[in-house]
Design a protein around this ligand. Structure first.
Ligand code: PLP
Length: 435
């Protein structure tokens, strides 16, 4: 495409397209940094012909990589046969039934029933509403309070925004949310304290990502979730695991919470279930909750989306999971995650402005500090500058700056050792340039 046509598209973008989670100011001055037009494997290409490594799997989601013909084929086949039919009330369709059964088989414990949505925010809203509804049915209508962790990210629908522990998302509007509470992300003892302060008879659920993604790839202490499970059981609080990033292999197991040896009461998922090829998400509920819902509900479940159980999306989800299993991508995430950690540690030795590094499967983070001893941060922060420099060098990563100065990594689960080394090489070259 000619430079002129690209410029034309950029100005149309600036005028007509309000980007999600964007710097509106930057967007208005510079326009889009890249207009992508092709993707293959871990690579993206823009209209100017430049190739980038997609070190974030786009938004932590394109786990099987870009441009998979098999997915295109199954989508075409399903679209020609039946793209969509409503699953309201008693109607159903084959891909939705098969995908629900497949996910139930993969999920830990007795998480055996799926409610489908179109993404992570809807999934967390659904889980919050189901938890509250559950307690109404159980004759404890005061149990409506929701507790989440500082720096958590659960989405931007109404409930999921209010459950999000990154304050900026809640400050976007002024709506007070009296039934949402936030607890120090590292302390199970503080969770107990907060439940007792609120009165256990008023608390519906505690929601948490097994490993926080957008908050900075924050990995909990090994026994954190065991304690959380015990506390929730002790006070009858439902435990919702938000597996939107960590589900479907990203952490080296099917679901992130499996690393911690506990089973939640509900689990939300999205992103990796379809690797971003179509919009899909959902909530898994335990057999106990399902049994109680069936036994106690009278009339209609007053919650559902037009696209709950979308036939095309579910067919794509099934094929995506088939690829993950056939290609051993869960194991690859584990192995490449170990390689990534070695690479981070080598960089840490080389650059004294690298503070903590961590990986959890194919999630990774490198923190920058001006001074390792005091933890003092750069001013201006280094990670946003580094990310811009890396884009110039053909690598897309993300920065987290809420309470840290961190580069985060979430490459596709198909990544090879050579491709991972390319990522690490570009990071190294960029840091050498910036130091
Ligand atoms: N939960 C987690 C852990 C996420 O990372 C995200 C998105 O990044 C969401 C929920 C929201 O998902 P969506 O953007 O699909 O609504």
């Amino acid at each position: 495409m000619t430079v002129q046509l690209v410029e034309q598209l950029k100005s149309l973008d600036q005028k007509h397209f309000l980007h999600p989670t964007s710097s509106i100011e930057e967007q208005q001055i510079y326009g889009p940094a890249a207009i992508f037009c092709e993707g293959k494997g871990i690579y993206l290409k823009d209209l100017g012909g430049k190739t980038y490594i997609d070190g974030m799997s786009s938004l932590w989601n394109v786990n099987i990589g870009h441009g998979r013909t098999e997915i295109a084929e199954v989508a075409k086949e399903q679209m020609e046969k039946l793209a969509f039919s409503s699953c309201f009330a008693t109607f159903s369709n084959e891909p939705a039934i098969k995908l629900a059964a497949k996910i139930a088989q993969m999920a830990p414990g007795d998480l055996n029933t799926v409610f489908f949505t179109s993404g992570g925010s809807e999934s967390n809203d659904t889980a919050i509403k189901l938890a509250r509804h559950y307690w109404i049915l159980k004759g404890q209508p005061n149990r409506q309070k929701i507790i989440s962790r500082t720096l958590s990210y659960h989405g931007v629908a109404f409930g999921s925004t209010n459950a999000t522990g990154i304050e900026g998302f809640r400050k976007f509007t002024n709506s007070p949310a009296p039934d949402f509470y936030y607890v120090n992300k590292d302390s199970a003892a503080e969770l107990r304290k907060l439940i007792l302060e609120l009165g256990p008879e008023n608390v519906a659920a505690f929601i948490s990502e097994p490993v926080q993604g957008a908050g900075g790839v924050n990995v909990p202490k090994p026994d954190y979730f065991k304690e959380v499970r015990e506390i929730c059981d002790e006070y009858g609080v439902l435990f919702i695991a938000d597996e939107v990033i960590t589900g479907f292999g990203r952490t080296g197991k099917n679901f992130g919470i499996e690393h911690f040896g506990v089973v939640p009461d509900m689990m939300t998922f999205a992103k990796g279930v379809s690797s971003g090829y179509v919009q899909l998400g959902g909530v898994l509920i335990s057999e106990k909750i399902h049994r109680d819902l069936c036994a106690l509900s009278k009339g209609i479940l007053m919650h559902g989306y037009t696209y709950s159980g979308h036939a095309l999306a579910c067919a794509v989800g099934l094929k995506n999971i088939e690829i993950i299993e056939r290609e051993g991508l869960v194991q690859n995430a584990k192995e490449m995650g170990e390689e990534m950690l070695k690479g981070f540690q080598a960089l840490q030795k080389k650059y004294d402005f690298i503070g903590k590094v961590r990986t959890f499967g194919l999630l990774g983070a490198i923190e920058f500090v001006k001074n390792r001893e005091t933890g003092e941060r750069f001013d201006p922060l280094l990670s946003p500058i580094a990310v811009k420099e890396m884009v110039k060098r053909g690598l897309i990563l993300r920065t987290v700056t809420y309470d840290q100065d961190t580069l985060v990594f979430s490459p596709p689960l198909i990544i090879t050792k050579d491709e991972l080394n390319d990522i690490l090489r570009i990071v190294d070259e960029t840091l050498a340039y910036l130091q």
